[in-house]
Design a protein around this ligand. Structure first.
Ligand code: HPA
Length: 234
């Protein structure tokens, strides 16, 4: 086992879906995977391995924010040999054309975090999605007729902040949404030479007054999970 994951070598598939919420990992395992077995309960960060359309797939929560996802992604890659990682999460819209329940495929992620800068102080490295995964997910979303935006997101450290004016300006510059994990995921994937993608559904808007019901949220999450799973096995 690694420090934060109580699995044995071989317990985790080389393809993994990463929701922030560990209970959503359980939901995915129960509703989409066959013969799912729980491989981690440390800190309640549930992880499962099962099969999807005959292929071995894992799913595990990451917690919220870049410090949390970085711990799990580091260990998944270096201790368990995971090669394809897809984050399925929520994001807040920064753009008036990006509505609640829409899908955002994060082609690139900027960040307010110093995590990457601490390792590369003299560079602003671009954090980008794996193109093959992005391309596959985009076409699946098109086939499912989902409203899908492809572009950059901003991965922030502080969920609560007072930067309303900045949010509007960032949206006007084409940044689709704000969330808290993609930049670290993309950086670690690049660092270790593996593939990663962030798929988000918009749960709230920072620039418009939009709301959504629990049932609507559940349906869009389910669509996102299908896209994530189909992209992983392609
Ligand atoms: N801010 C940051 N992360 C988020 C948000 C938000 O509004 N919504 C979902 N994830």
């Amino acid at each position: 086992m690694s420090i934060h994951i109580g699995a044995k070598e071989g317990d985790i598939a080389d393809k993994i879906l990463l929701p922030g919420d560990p209970l959503r990992a359980k939901f995915i395992a129960e509703n989409f995977l066959e013969d799912a077995v729980c491989f981690n309960e440390i800190r309640g960060m549930l992880g499962f391995t099962g099969t999807y359309k005959g292929q071995s797939i894992s799913v595990m929560g990451t917690g919220m924010g870049m410090p949390s996802i970085s711990i799990y992604v580091n260990e998944l890659i270096t201790a368990y040999g995971v090669k394809k990682l897809i984050r399925v999460g929520t994001a807040g819209s920064l753009n008036k054309e990006v509505h609640v329940r829409d899908l955002v495929l994060a082609q690139a992620a900027g960040t307010t975090s110093s995590m990457i800068k601490n390792e590369w102080p003299q560079y602003d490295l671009p954090q980008i999605a794996d193109f093959a995964l992005l391309d596959k997910a985009y076409h699946l979303a098109q086939d499912m007729q989902l409203t899908t935006h492809v572009g950059s997101v901003l991965s922030i450290d502080a969920f609560y902040s007072d930067f309303t004016e900045n949010n509007i300006k960032l949206g006007q510059m084409g940044i689709k949404a704000v969330e808290m994990e993609a930049a670290a995921l993309y950086y670690l994937a690049a660092k270790h030479g593996v593939q990663a993608l962030g798929i988000m559904t918009i749960s709230d808007s920072l620039v418009a007054d939009e709301d959504t019901s629990a049932q609507e949220r559940q349906n869009t999450f389910t669509d996102m999970m299908k896209i994530g799973l189909e992209t992983l096995i392609s």
